[in-house]
Design a protein around this ligand. Structure first.
Ligand SMILES: Cc1cc2nc3c(=O)[nH]c(=O)nc-3n(C[C@H](O)[C@H](O)[C@H](O)COP(=O)(O)OP(=O)(O)OC[C@H]3O[C@@H](n4cnc5c(N)ncnc54)[C@H](O)[C@@H]3O)c2cc1C
Length: 454
């Protein structure tokens, strides 16, 4: 049996491994990606010879520093890249590597599985040329590609202005940056945002850079549709003065913030509670990241906090493991890390207010809009199922009746919007709509591999 397994070689997982190695322990570090660094601090293949300084500007130094720290760890950990954890059963992980299934028993498990984009559908969102904002950034950082030559950025996120700047710097035209949250909400969130003044300043600087470059930057918009015959041709929206406006473009990046990837934590037995600030069900943890005996959660996979919070929370969870395995507790280090994590996560709470999840817009979506693209289920089909006598009033029953959330992504994409449609239909809040339960396989795998006796 392996003593300690970490899932996720992003900032959280790498920092956790560093703390454990410093005490002479040798954790297994698993990641489905080919190269360590995680989602934000991506490390493109060397043979692409991407100029990261040009693509990422000052951020590139931070990426390179984490990659260098990881290199120095390599000899002291059991690193398993290209390995997907697709199920957890008691104290056994089910892995898929090079198409083959393996089982791995563990004593202590730290899950640092990161986050993914949270999607708010709108008419036309399934057209070719529509990407998530994270996807648009991945195309740039991982492959040096752009999603289009004239790109509209739509959503509610501070990363809209950052990604638009990165796209503009390497030659894309920016059709518009359209933010669904009014400017007044950002001003009201200022006291919470001052918890991380440098990050706040950087965000303001990116917005200023867009304005200086002459990019249209709109606040408080209501999206109407993404239009196009066979692919994206325009973004149509209503501005904060009530005027309908059409922006010609060949791609749209949709960014409504991130949501933790909690499926593995669910399968590993974490308990969840609804968080009204983020409008998400999140795993319950103690101040150091313990979810239950032997299970630890860190990074954006448990609370969205950004890369710096991920680093600190990964280290903190590793200190919890050290303490629970009789290696003592470094009181001063854990206190400092806990303070840092709290400050940065509080800042993210402020961001969640400044860049709000558009629950009212989702509740008002027309019936014809596709909600679940894996199973091709519309908003209207979900509403119709709920209107039946004894119809479902909770997301898992809606899923059973309509197949919404039952396809390849297992609700990772449509889940948050489904929750808002159900909440609006029952007159209740997000908590009353219930939580889509995690199911294995957490990501698509070949049926033959699942049946492969390990
Ligand atoms: C698409 C995207 C783009 C982003 N871009 C930026 C950016 O430009 N700037 C910025 O500051 N922040 C960005 N972020 C946010 C940033 O990624 C996080 O704040 C930070 O990386 C969190 O670190 P982490 O270690 O918690 O998770 P991550 O860095 O996401 O690392 C999680 C790791 O877990 C692995 N993993 C997940 N599930 C499994 C599984 N089932 N089996 C095996 N391995 C698994 C993943 O492959 C990943 O490497 C982005 C996030 C996303 C989702």
């Amino acid at each position: 049996m392996a003593d300690i397994v970490i899932i996720g070689a992003g900032p959280a997982g790498i920092n956790a491994a560093e703390v454990l190695c410093a005490k002479g322990l040798k954790p297994i570090l698993i990641d489905e990606g080919a190269r360590a660094g995680g989602q934000g601090y991506r490390r493109p293949a060397d043979d692409l010879a991407l100029d990261m300084n040009r693509l990422m500007g000052s951020e590139a130094q931070k990426y390179a520093a984490l990659h260098r720290r990881f290199e120095t760890l390599l000899a002291r950990i059991d690193y398993r890249p290209g390995t997907l954890v697709w199920a957890i059963d008691g104290n056994t992980l089910h892995l898929l590597r090079d198409g083959h299934a393996e089982a791995l028993a563990f004593d202590k498990l730290l899950i640092a599985s990161g986050a993914m984009d949270r999607i708010a559908p709108l008419p036309g969102w399934t057209l070719p040329g529509v990407f998530t904002l994270g996807g648009a950034q991945v195309a740039l950082k991982d492959q040096g590609c752009l999603i289009g030559s004239r790109v509209a950025f739509l959503g509610s996120s501070p990363l809209l202005a950052l990604a638009a700047k990165q796209y503009r710097d390497i030659g894309a035209e920016i059709a518009v940056i359209a933010d669904t949250t009014p400017f007044s909400a950002k001003a009201a969130a200022l006291p919470a945002l001052l918890r991380a003044p440098r990050t706040l300043f950087r965000g303001l600087w990116y917005m200023g850079a867009s304005l200086r470059a002459g990019t249209k930057l709109l606040h408080g918009v209501t999206p109407i549709a993404i239009e196009g015959r066979n692919r994206v041709e325009a973004l149509v929206l209503r501005d904060d003065q009530g005027r309908e406006r059409r922006f010609a473009c060949d791609a749209v990046a949709l960014g409504y913030g991130l949501k933790p990837e909690t499926q593995l934590a669910d399968l590993a037995g974490a308990r969840f509670a609804y968080d009204p600030g983020f409008r998400l069900f999140l795993p319950l943890i103690d101040g150091m990241g313990r979810a239950r005996p032997g299970l630890y959660l860190a990074g954006d996979g448990v609370r969205i906090g950004g890369a710096d919070a991920a680093e600190a929370s990964g280290a903190l969870a590793a200190h919890a493991i050290l303490s629970d395995t009789g290696h003592g507790q470094d009181i001063e280090a854990t206190r400092d890390l806990a303070r840092q994590v709290k400050r940065l996560r509080d800042f993210q709470r402020g961001l969640a207010r400044a860049f709000a999840w558009p629950k009212a817009q989702i509740a008002a979506l027309p019936d014809a809009v596709t909600l679940c693209r894996c199973e091709n289920v519309t908003v209207g089909e979900v509403r119709a199922a709920m209107a039946k006598d004894l119809g479902p009033a909770e997301v898992n029953r809606v899923k059973a009746m309509t197949r919404c959330g039952m396809g390849r992504c297992q609700g990772r994409v449509c889940g948050p919007a489904l929750q808002e449609i159900v909440a609006a239909g029952t007159g209740g809040d997000g908590a009353a709509a219930g939580r889509l339960r995690g199911q294995a396989p957490v990501k698509p795998i070949a049926l033959a591999a699942a049946g492969d006796p390990a």
